[in-house]
Design a protein around this ligand. Structure first.
Ligand SMILES: Cc1cc2nc3c(=O)[nH]c(=O)nc-3n(C[C@H](O)[C@H](O)[C@H](O)COP(=O)(O)O)c2cc1C
Length: 390
């Protein structure tokens, strides 16, 4: 049952942001919230949703709206999930476990990032709706293959290969906020942490987050910075078609390519064996000039009417979820929003985000007269685009 006190106080994801910002140290907040360059795309992702207007048809017997969704052979209680977010425990200590529990209790998928701060093998059993695992194509070929094997051994059925980080990211505002390259601890970080007591105490209890999923690939007893150096050497590189083919050959279950924004990449990804595509600009974190994901989705849906498509980047409400589905997405993920909940409220915060999204989605379905989220039903909803309201 949604917590009504929280719902009255924070009825929208938007309402969580100011408090989360106060309770997460500046360096971690900078890493979580910022985009790239002048950050025009951060706003662009969001205003792309604001332009979508939906037709309302209330003069029919709608029954009880059903927000469940079948996707890639599985039924989910809602058509939204938890996107992979690296350094999860830096933004909220123990975030991986908290999010896995929310995914299980809500009946939605969670994708664990390979650069999260909990072991894949420890989180998989907690996500009873099926954990998805997100990998990058590491430079180290043995480790690359081993991550795929470990995902299978842990019971993962959906592997997400992120392809949109061909070079190390330039996160200018994250470094201005105090996050040094490779996360070495600075006096400024300590000072920022002291201003956030709940975060600080939880961090002390949990220990410093590191790239724990890469531990098997470095010497036993390697230090925090040696592990960081390994990650830096292996990430931020272009994945080759041969590597995608190799992963495809090793992986017998669903394979999703994440970070596809063009018709050309979409076709290539399918030729290389992807089962589904994840249309994403990485939450505006890679390049400020690319298309808002929602606009890219329209292009790709037009090119590939039948391909399963996921959308993320800029989704901030249940109504946005519905807009994305109407625009052709089959499933929708959110990244930052879960941490706005954790930061603002603590351990119960991510569940509150799920509750907000569910309530907003069902409310919008009722208001617009949409009984279910099947493609035929969605296609009957009138679609208008307009300039964003001032
Ligand atoms: C702090 C942060 C870390 C991220 N780390 C990863 C990652 O490790 N792997 C990945 O594929 N995407 C990563 N992403 C991108 C998200 O999976 C997702 O595409 C993005 O957050 C969606 O945009 P939204 O935050 O506007 O919902 C990260 C995003 C954020 C905000």
């Amino acid at each position: 049952m949604p917590d009504q006190t929280l719902m009255l106080r924070y009825p929208r994801i938007h309402d969580l942001v100011p408090r989360a910002r106060r309770r997460i140290p500046g360096f971690a907040w900078g890493y979580l919230s910022h985009g790239q360059g002048r950050e025009r795309l951060l706003d662009g992702n969001i205003s792309a949703f604001d332009r979508i207007r939906l037709g309302q048809n209330v003069l029919h017997d709608q029954g009880t709206p059903d927000p469940a969704m079948d996707f890639l052979g599985q039924r989910h209680a809602f058509p939204f999930g938890i996107a992979p977010v690296g350094l999860t425990s830096m933004m909220w200590p123990g975030g991986e476990r908290l999010l896995a529990r929310v995914a299980s209790e809500t009946g939605i998928p969670m994708a664990l990032s390979c650069v999260a701060n909990a072991r894949l093998e420890d989180i998989a059993p907690l996500a009873t709706n099926g954990l998805w695992f997100q990998i990058y194509a590491l430079e180290d070929p043995e480790a690359r293959r081993d991550l795929v094997r470990r995902a299978g051994a842990a019971g993962v059925k959906t592997l997400v290969l992120t392809v949109d980080v061909p070079v190390t990211s330039r996160r200018e505002l994250a470094s201005i906020s105090g996050l040094p390259p490779r996360g070495r601890l600075t006096p400024r970080m300590i000072a920022q942490s002291l201003r956030c007591p709940e975060w600080g105490l939880r961090s002390l209890r949990r220990g410093r987050p590191d790239f724990i999923n890469f531990r098997p690939y470095v010497a036993e007893g390697a230090s925090f910075s040696e592990l960081g150096d390994y990650a830096a050497r292996n990430l931020g590189r272009r994945v080759t078609p041969q590597e995608i083919e190799e992963i495809r050959a090793l992986w017998p279950c669903k394979l999703i390519l994440k970070g596809v924004l063009s018709r050309e990449d979409a076709r290539r990804a399918l030729d290389l064996g992807a089962d589904a595509l994840w249309v994403s600009n990485h939450g505006a974190r890679q390049n400020d000039a690319v298309l808002p994901s929602l606009d890219a989705l329209a292009e790709i849906r037009d090119e590939l009417p039948e391909t399963p498509l996921i959308l993320d980047s800029g989704v901030r409400s249940g109504l946005d979820v519905l807009r994305a589905l109407r625009m052709g997405a089959d499933f929708v993920f959110l990244g930052r929003s879960w941490f706005y909940g954790l930061g603002a409220i603590g351990p119960r915060g991510a569940q509150h985000v799920a509750d907000i999204l569910a309530a907003e989605l069902v409310h919008a379905m009722r208001q617009l007269g949409i009984p279910d989220l099947g493609r035929e039903t969605l296609d009957r909803v009138d679609l208008f685009t307009s300039a964003p309201s001032p």
